[in-house]
Design a protein around this ligand. Structure first.
Ligand code: MG
Length: 314
């Protein structure tokens, strides 16, 4: 995390980012590629899925985010070539034994490895894949982007640059970079202020694409997560599904006597993300990285969720 002086609440929310993303990832893992599920269906951290994964185990979304968090924790500038080399090497090393990895990322890392794995070769292979197929806007860079925000709590412009640069290591399409910029700037703002607004970073999007993104975000706010299921392997639909899960899920009233807390919004939003079906672990991991809940809040929300599923005492 950057050396910005943080309040305890800001620090708590910062820690909650990676934990929230991992929780969403693990919650969605056992439901991947399900069709949209009924609103009253209970969602459990059941494991299974494509790994198969143990109950509570996270998947590639979190594993790749951890590589970014590791180098961010050293205080390094993530835009520096040395930092980017570390990230790519770490991903490449992890991918050798990963239980699951997205197709686009796997293709780029494998090809880069044959050239001598580095940020340079990853970028070259990322662009080559795009030129070859015209399709490089998968959701695989957005799913791992949340920790980038923690390295630039002091500098929004630098954060926007870093988010796009790290996205482009595997995802050349500007939609992927735009999505990472929007999500990271929203997370940074949420850590600092406690308010979550995905439009906060629109100023960092090229002027000729800003209107398109404004419309996409408005659509996500007005439609349920399931409206985006058919295409949620696409970075735009994945971001829309995650934002919809957060924005269209009501925040519970604070009624401690009834075991209801505002922070229960986290577990409800993650469940809504998973219920939308399709790429459930990734949509929920994206949503979990941006829930503006701190670690203490996260613990509280998980306790609420456990109680609602009869997994813990009152
Ligand atoms: Mg995954």
């Amino acid at each position: 995390m950057s050396n910005t002086k943080l309040t305890s609440a800001q620090r708590d929310r910062g820690v909650g980012i990676l934990v929230g993303a991992a929780a969403g990832d693990a919650l969605g893992a056992g439901h991947e590629f399900n069709p949209p599920m009924k609103a009253d269906l209970q969602i459990g951290m059941i494991g299974g899925g494509l790994g198969p994964f143990a109950p509570g185990e996270w998947t590639d979304d979190t594993s790749m985010a951890i590589a970014i968090a590791e180098i961010a924790a050293t205080g390094a500038d993530l835009r520096a070539e040395k930092s980017l080399d570390y990230i790519v090497e770490r991903w490449h090393w992890w991918a050798r034994t990963a239980k699951g990895i997205g197709n686009q990322t796997a293709t780029v890392l494998s090809a880069a490895g044959k050239q001598g794995v580095s940020a340079v070769t990853a970028r070259e292979e990322s662009e080559a894949l795009h030129r070859r197929t015209g399709r490089s806007a998968g959701n695989g860079s957005l799913m791992r982007t949340a920790p980038v925000a923690l390295a630039y709590l002091h500098d929004e412009a630098a954060l926007a640059q870093a988010a796009r640069t790290i996205s482009e290591l595997t995802h050349f399409d500007p939609d992927a970079g735009d999505a990472c910029v929007l999500w990271c700037t929203a997370i940074r703002h949420a850590v600092l202020t406690g308010e979550l607004d995905v439009r906060i970073g629109l100023t960092h999007i090229d002027a000729d694409r800003r209107g398109l993104w404004r419309a996409r975000l408005a659509e996500a706010q007005e439609r349920p997560p399931s409206a985006f299921t058919a295409a949620n392997g696409w970075v735009v639909a994945a971001l829309q599904a995650a934002w919809s899960a957060i924005a269209t899920t009501p925040v519970p009233a604070e009624e401690p006597a009834a075991g209801a807390f505002r922070v229960g919004h986290l577990s409800r939003a993650l469940e809504a993300a998973v219920r939308s079906g399709g790429d459930t672990d990734t949509v929920a991991a994206i949503a979990g990285g941006a829930t503006r809940c701190g670690l203490r809040s996260l613990g509280c929300a998980m306790a609420v969720a456990a109680r609602s599923q009869g997994l813990a005492g009152p």
